[in-house]
Design a protein around this ligand. Structure first.
Ligand code: SF4
Length: 382
């Protein structure tokens, strides 16, 4: 009712927009750090009359700075980190007889589905946190200390294509040792657009701005997380090279691209043929899991995303009136990847550095503590 009567839906007490305005206007000595997900940069443009798929990375960062953020980091950094951890977890499971197929874990909508409807598959889920979960954890538990501050002194606002990420941010497992959430506020891409309009920031005429470093550095492999098949393709680029000590024959691994509901591929992987699948949208996921239970399919690694097309089709993205908006956003994402000089997660120098200086190696004790998580059977039967 509030949004019905209020001319600007943002002025609702509990909305993320209101809370973000509050933290930006009343910092009380705290540092406000933003992070932006891969799929936001090809969709925010539509809030300002541009076309779906138009790339607005630099303008989006500039607008966030104009809003008053102190630091802007990129969730793409932790997407690269996810690949390091998840790729290593896959190789470990394959080599040591772990639970297979391993399922990706970056989509909280999918995690909710497993915990509530398919708890028997919890052991198949990768223990990796989502990129949002990883980056917020690093910001509060590691970066804050490096800045000489306490986790409580930092407010993390993440901009996501996704409404389920708001729910993820409230999970008990994703709180600091002192019990505060690692992600304070989740704004959808649409809500960020609303905030920029509320503050009358001239988005289209902004001069582009760069992310802050080191947690703003990323590769082409990270941005493709926004598309269905992207996590899989990024993981293959790295896992293949680490396991076989040579690059994949092609970086653009097309069998996992596109809108087909269930995509399957087999990659010659040294002594084994690595069988992978990519599934998006709930109806296809149900179909796939039914087949898996009946023994009709067999894979080592499966990517799941709840939204059509992956995060580019997320519930928090702008509502488009164009019929081919998903295709165009998908193309925008692949264009960013093609233009990057580094396109493999393990070549991200800031990621290499954080392993050298802090995490030591993927799946280390520190990685497990800050970058991994666990899941709970939340089905009614339980
Ligand atoms: Fe969120 Fe949809 Fe992306 Fe899943 S696929 S993380 S629900 S936007």
């Amino acid at each position: 009712a509030c949004s019905f009567y209020c001319p600007v839906g943002a002025i609702s007490e509990h909305s993320a927009v209101r809370r973000t305005l509050d933290v930006l206007e009343n910092k009380n000595g705290k540092i406000v750090v933003f992070q932006t997900a891969p799929a936001t940069r090809v969709a925010i443009s539509e809030e300002f009359g541009m076309e779906p798929g138009d790339i607005s990375t630099g303008r989006m960062v500039a607008a966030i700075r104009k809003l008053g953020a102190d630091v802007v980091f990129d969730t793409n950094f932790s997407a690269d980190l996810t690949i390091m951890e998840e790729g290593s977890e896959l190789l470990d499971r394959v080599a040591n007889g772990g639970t297979l197929p391993m399922f990706t874990s970056c989509c909280p909508g999918w995690i909710n589905m497993v915990e509530k409807l398919y708890p028997e598959f919890i052991p198949n889920l990768s223990s990796c946190r989502s990129p949002q979960g990883m980056l917020s954890s690093i910001i509060k538990n590691h970066w804050a200390e490096k800045m000489g501050r306490k986790p409580e002194d930092v407010i993390v606002v993440s901009v996501m294509p996704c409404t389920a990420k708001k729910d993820e941010a409230r999970r008990e497992e994703l709180k600091t040792e002192s019990g505060i959430p690692e992600t304070d506020i989740v704004l959808t891409t649409r809500e960020l657009g609303r905030l920029i309009k509320l503050k009358k920031i001239p988005f289209l005429s902004l001069e582009e701005s760069e992310y802050n470093n080191p947690l703003g550095e990323s590769t082409g492999a990270a941005v493709i997380f926004g598309n269905t098949g992207g996590v899989m393709e990024a993981a293959l680029r790295t896992a293949y090279e680490i396991a076989l000590e040579k690059p994949m024959p092609t970086l653009n691994y097309t069998p996992v691209r596109g809108f087909q509901g269930i995509k399957e591929a087999t990659i010659p992987f040294g002594e084994i043929d690595l069988k992978v699948a990519v599934v998006h949208q709930a109806s296809n996921i149900r179909e796939y899991l039914k087949k898996l239970k009946n023994g009709e399919v067999e894979h080592h690694f499966v990517e799941f995303m709840i939204c059509k097309g992956g995060c580019i089709g997320g519930g928090g993205e702008p509502k488009s009136l164009t019929s081919d908006y998903l295709e165009r956003r998908m193309k925008g994402i692949y264009n960013i990847d093609e233009r990057k000089t580094t396109r493999k997660s393990h070549e991200n120098q800031a990621v290499q550095q954080i392993y050298e200086q802090f995490f030591e190696k993927p799946l280390s004790h520190k990685s497990h503590k800050l970058l991994h998580t666990h899941y709970t059977n939340r089905s009614k039967k339980n």
